[in-house]
Design a protein around this ligand. Sequence first.
Ligand code: NAD
Length: 503
Amino acid sequence: MGILEDNITKLDGYLDRFRERGIQNRIDGKDCVGAGGVFTNRSPVDKSKICDVAHGTAEDIDTAARAAADAFAGWRDMPAAARRKILLTIADGIEARAEEIALCECWDTGQTMRFMSKAALRGAENFRYFADQAIKARDGQHLRSPTLMNVTTRVPIGPVGVITPWNTPFMLSTWKIAPALAAGCTVVHKPAEASPLTARLLVEIAEEAGLPPGVLNTVNGFGEGAGKALCEHPAIRAIAFVGESRTGSLITKQGADTLKRNHLELGGKNPVIVFEDADLERALDAVIFMIYSINGERCTSSSRLLIQDTIREEFEAKLVERVNNIKVGHPLDPSTEIGPLVTEEHYNKVTSYFDIAREDGATIAAGGEKVGEEGYFIRPTLFTNATNDMRIAQEEIFGPVLTSIPFATEEEALSMANDTPYGLTGYLWTNDLTRALRFTDKLEAGMIWVNSENVRHLPTPFGGVKASGIGRDGGDWSFEFYMEQKHIGFATGQHKITKLGAL
Ligand code: NAD
């Protein structure tokens, strides 16, 4: 039996329980049906039904938020070393079930095994990293003034809501939930409706690792129902959100009445700028990797190539050759590089840009085609002869689709790089050090890599500017969000207190 057949057989075994019992909400350590009944979850690989999923509503969110509020004091007051131990056990549990997580993720989202096997392990790494940070999360400073010993400390903000999207859902959920738990917060998680499988596996693993009931609750459902109710719930102190920019605005509006703290990780239209003096072979590899890996459904993807006009022809020719070689296929085949797009709605959105590109006068130099009827497959696509004001250069397509735009000078490249509503990442390829310093200083992005693709390092800040988000994750920045600073001043003597009403 080949690896693909072997993977399909294993997946079948893992899916049996979902087919039989569906996915229930998990609240206070118990399975709960959704107040809205069920909705159907389908695979983008062949459009087949995977399972029924509990359709959570405001009622279920209320039950979960109350459970998270009840569990908060116990979890907050548990010694950090004990919390650390549970989080490390969760990491072990994720590793032990990495294959199950990866196979389910691929079937649910269309992502390929080639990338998702690592996503499960990165999820474990997120738990390990933040488990270790838990020990010092509450530490503060001593700030002496003439009359007071001023002490700061951090305390967990309370129960928080975590709302995640469908692209690499397992890794992104752990990226939010691990620091929240390490900080001492309890969580209500609303996973994306298009990819509920691995969120269910995560809550199971967490409970098996000894996480007390109510500390992590999972409510499935849709954005306008369960998601909105979570933002509006008075017991929920903060919302950690990953998703589209326009949803980010809704999250802010919905949380206004309860004065929610929001952390928003949103969309991007990230530029990769290649100058003629760069190592062009490495630049080519990175350009291709950063838009065609993970089906291009990646917030940090370099979806706009700004290429110096002197090297454009040769670079684009090599690009076309490589893009045409990319293997589209079954996501469980280890040789597959691109799988199907996640849903019919998203497939329709991404493929609509083929016509938009033509209407705007760009050239489809590679791809621009659907593949078969069975699932939501498309050929990796390259648009050339584009200008930065075209829709294909301004809008987040969120698929394996790259727009190439030429530039003549550094000033022009910088101006085009900054000329979008977004500002998540930027990638710069040049061997001129002073240019790199100048350029990165002016580039409007939360994260920039020079002569590199996106290589994530957990202690560094992750987040965007402009329409790409508000707030940062990573290292201590995560705790700044999930915790409150508290200041306490102790008088060190008998300093003068102004007397009022005294004769
Ligand atoms: P989305 O905004 O449609 O949905 C994300 C989540 O929000 C889902 O769980 C959805 O149910 C929920 N939601 C929708 N409407 C809501 C509402 N009114 N109130 C509360 N919750 C609501 O995003 P998506 O299509 O699932 O994901 C793709 C997007 O995510 C892309 O724009 C991508 O760039 C972005 N993303 C950003 C990052 C980052 O770190 N910046 C990472 C991954 C993905």
